[in-house]
Write a protein that binds this ligand. Structure first.
Ligand SMILES: [Cu+2]
Length: 375
């Protein structure tokens, strides 16, 4: 058989078996771990302030999205909450007056449900995938207290600037189960960064779920020419409060360990934002912190429907690196900030998805529900 036809047959089978009405089969042919699991239905997703109720027509069979609901409560995290949930740690003052920001992160083995009835034996930071979206301000001193309660040696490798001995491997090295290590460094440069485990085999440790956003907001005092822009990014300022900010990590899951993904998503749960669209207020600007951590596939992308956005590659500039685009591509570990508004649009549902149709159909697609101001 030619390579091409084998490839085609495989794509058809993974898509056809999992999605649409056939999902009632429980996905057991797709996910080894899902064999014998019943399809979960009737679990209402925990309500989130920014999540709209599922549009009836999308919940129907045959709409090319997963059937049934993931049990967010059992997972211990809800994509509708993760998308706005920033972890800011605890703050104290150093003797020299600078801010010390401390984060506590624990590696935990945990089986999570990534699509209705499809369980995945994940390795997590703080019991969630992606791990907590860490957020700090440029110039602060950061202390990352990492405890490994998992079954394998892990580490934390931060994208950012730090000493060799604070690197997640080599440098600090691997942290064994039961051990603790404290990573310490200053928060720089500002931007939309990433952290992940650096244990080998790297692709396994990453695709099992050990990654998260690491956002460093710009300090307006350090950017006099663009202080207003910097303030709009700085969490906690009135200028920032106007923005609707979302944390999105594009990820994928190899459920049968064949070095290919069977399920794709943004923030882990297939089609979560199709079933519960992300509500945005029409006349307020939107900012997305977006990272790609998909393993096995070289690139991912983000396409916005009916609109265009400005893009800040890696988030390390205060002026856009791309203007007026409706699609960006990201290789593995690439990330950036998207800014846009729907203020001149009519209200309604606007889709976002990668432009790799296969990823879209296998779970990575969502909707914004653009509404007038909410009282
Ligand atoms: Cu690891």
């Amino acid at each position: 058989m030619s390579e091409v036809s084998a490839w085609f047959r495989e794509k058809i089978s993974r898509r056809g078996l999992l999605w649409g009405g056939l999902a009632a089969a429980g996905g057991s042919a797709i996910a080894g771990t899902a064999a014998g699991q019943s399809v979960h239905s009737g679990h209402g997703a925990a309500s989130a302030a920014d999540a709209a109720p599922p549009p009836a027509h999308l919940a129907a069979h045959g709409s090319m999205i997963t059937v049934g609901d993931v049990d967010n409560e059992r997972n211990g995290f809800d994509p509708s909450r993760i998308v706005t949930d920033w972890e800011t740690g605890s703050v104290s003052k150093l003797p020299d007056g600078r801010i010390l920001r401390t984060f506590e992160i624990e590696a935990v083995d945990k089986e999570i449900e990534i699509a209705p009835g499809i369980m995945f034996p994940a390795w997590t930071y703080n019991g969630r995938v992606p791990g907590p979206a860490l957020r700090a301000t440029e110039g602060e001193h950061l202390r990352m207290v990492f405890r490994n309660s998992g079954s394998h040696p892990h580490s934390m490798h931060f994208h950012g600037i730090h000493a060799a001995r604070m690197d997640g491997v080599p440098g600090a090295g691997l942290i064994d189960p039961g051990e603790e290590f404290v990573y310490e460094f200053d928060a720089r440069p500002f931007g939309c960064h990433l952290y992940h485990c650096h244990a080998l085999p790297l692709k396994r440790h990453i695709h099992k779920g050990m990654y998260g956003l690491f956002v460093i907001d710009p300090d307006p005092a350090r950017h006099p020419g663009l202080a207003d822009v910097a303030r709009s990014r700085l969490l906690g300022t009135p200028e920032n409060a106007e923005w609707q900010e979302f944390a999105m990590v594009m990820n994928g899951f190899d459920t049968n360990f064949d070095n290919g993904n069977e399920v794709y998503a943004v923030n882990t749960v297939a089609h979560a934002y199709m079933k519960r669209p992300i509500r945005i207020v029409r006349n307020r600007p939107v900012r997305i912190y977006l990272a790609n951590v998909v393993e096995f596939d070289p690139i991912n992308s983000f396409h916005l429907h009916a609109n265009f956005f400005d893009y800040f590659e890696q988030g390390t500039t205060l002026t856009p690196t791309l203007r007026t685009v409706d699609l960006i591509t990201q290789v593995q570990a690439q990330r950036g900030i998207l800014e846009f508004t729907y203020k001149d649009h009519e209200t309604g549902l606007y889709m976002f998805h990668p432009h790799q149709s296969e990823f879209t159909e296998l779970g990575w697609t969502g909707m914004f529900d653009v509404v007038e101001a909410v009282a």
